[in-house]
Design a binder for this molecule. Structure first.
Ligand code: SAH
Length: 356
């Protein structure tokens, strides 16, 4: 059996499935899911993320988290959590960079929210003292300092084409000549998109990520009740407009329907929707470009202080890594950072404050 055969049988029996159901099966099917069966990161995998590009990313984030923890009176104990930690590289760099912040390590409990058993094993190598959780619902009632890098882009999306009047046609996955193919469901109103009728026209494509808002709400509730901060980092902007559903295989774009379970499927993150979910509960930063955020935190002096220890190809790759993380033509402006803090806490270091 393959995932493709399983999905073809399921669609033959019960009709076309939403893109969100398709994406969830492709990524996290217990037997055939993309994340369930492999470590997709790095040069030998399908994509490379910021923590895998340079240790400086985790160092900047770690020291900023520690500063926010100090700003809030160094609460003890607290939860240091990460959503979708990949290989555990980011958390390992955060822990290394904060080892000399007095009291920080003695107060923290690391919780990694990870669905994939394969990646949990990789994380255990790098972060031996961590605990694991299946979902954010399991985070304890305690001050929470949380990171999520390239987590929200992996959450399943639904996609809608605006049709005539106030209706939408949802993209659904069906069968065409024994292959999985996308098609459009009949036009119907979709209440969660009512507010998008004002800023879209027939023909426009809008995506929603039903799982995202409940996660942000839970983070906001914990921050409001116990203090802490959350940094959500990803590519995208918002409000959602256009088709951003994509498949990556061997660092190249691929057909998302050709080989289910073998390609990474993602969509751009609608940061406006994330901020809106958080705002009833806590303060949100402006949606800050990653490059500006890392520059504010001092990544350039850090890069300069590391450079004299390097030479030849290692120095060249260090300089390239700094550029890749910060330059607007690379990850610097496509990637955004949204910070959440309790209303009673100072704003998060390095982020542009929100004046809206
Ligand atoms: N943050 C890492 C990895 C990003 S890849 C980095 O920057 O390198 C996405 C990560 O999210 C993987 O660890 C994947 O297994 C995890 N993931 C995806 N969907 C998830 C879900 N619904 N619940 C928990 N973890 C999930």
């Amino acid at each position: 059996m393959t995932l493709k055969a399983e999905l073809l049988a399921r669609i033959a029996a019960s009709g076309p499935m939403t893109l969100a159901d398709y994406m969830a099966e492709c990524l996290l099917h217990p037997r055939y899911g993309y994340y369930s069966t492999r470590d997709p990161l790095g040069a030998a995998g399908d994509f490379t993320t910021a923590p895998e590009i340079s240790q400086m990313f985790g160092e900047m984030l770690g020291l900023a988290l520690a500063q926010s923890w100090l700003d809030q009176g160094a609460p003890s104990p607290f939860t240091l959590a990460e959503l979708g930690p990949g290989r555990g590289t980011l958390m390992a760099d955060v822990l290394r960079a904060t080892a000399r912040v007095p009291g920080f390590h003695a107060a923290l409990n690391v919780v990694l929210v990870e669905a994939s058993p394969t990646l949990r094993a990789a994380q255990a190598q790098r972060v031996p003292h961590a605990k694991w959780a299946d979902t954010i619902a399991e985070l304890p009632d305690a001050p929470l300092f949380l990171l999520a890098n390239e987590f929200f882009d992996a959450l399943p999306i639904r996609q809608f084409h605006r049709a005539a009047g106030d209706t939408w046609r949802e993209v659904v996955v069906g069968i065409e000549a024994s292959d999985l193919r996308p098609g459009l469901a009949p036009p119907a109103p979709h209440a969660p998109l009512d507010q998008r009728l004002a800023d879209t026209r027939p023909g426009d494509i809008v995506e929603t990520c039903p799982a995202a808002a409940p996660i942000v709400t839970r983070i906001g509730e914990i921050l409001a009740a116990h203090g802490g901060a959350a940094l959500l980092i990803d590519y995208g902007a918002g409000p959602s407009l256009g088709d951003t559903f994509q498949a990556l295989e061997n660092h190249r774009f691929a057909d998302p329907f050709a080989n289910p379970g073998h390609a990474d499927l993602t969509a751009h993150v609608d940061f406006i929707a994330l901020a809106r979910a958080a705002q009833p509960l806590c303060a949100t930063s402006a949606i800050t470009p990653q490059g500006r955020f890392l520059e504010h935190l001092g990544i350039t002096p850090r890069a300069q202080s590391l450079a004299p220890r390097l030479s030849g190809p290692a120095l060249e790759s260090h300089i390239a890594a700094h550029r890749r993380l910060t330059h607007p033509d690379e990850m610097g402006s496509l990637f955004k950072v949204l910070g959440l803090t309790p209303h009673f806490a100072p704003p998060f270091p390095g982020l542009i404050p929100d004046h809206s």
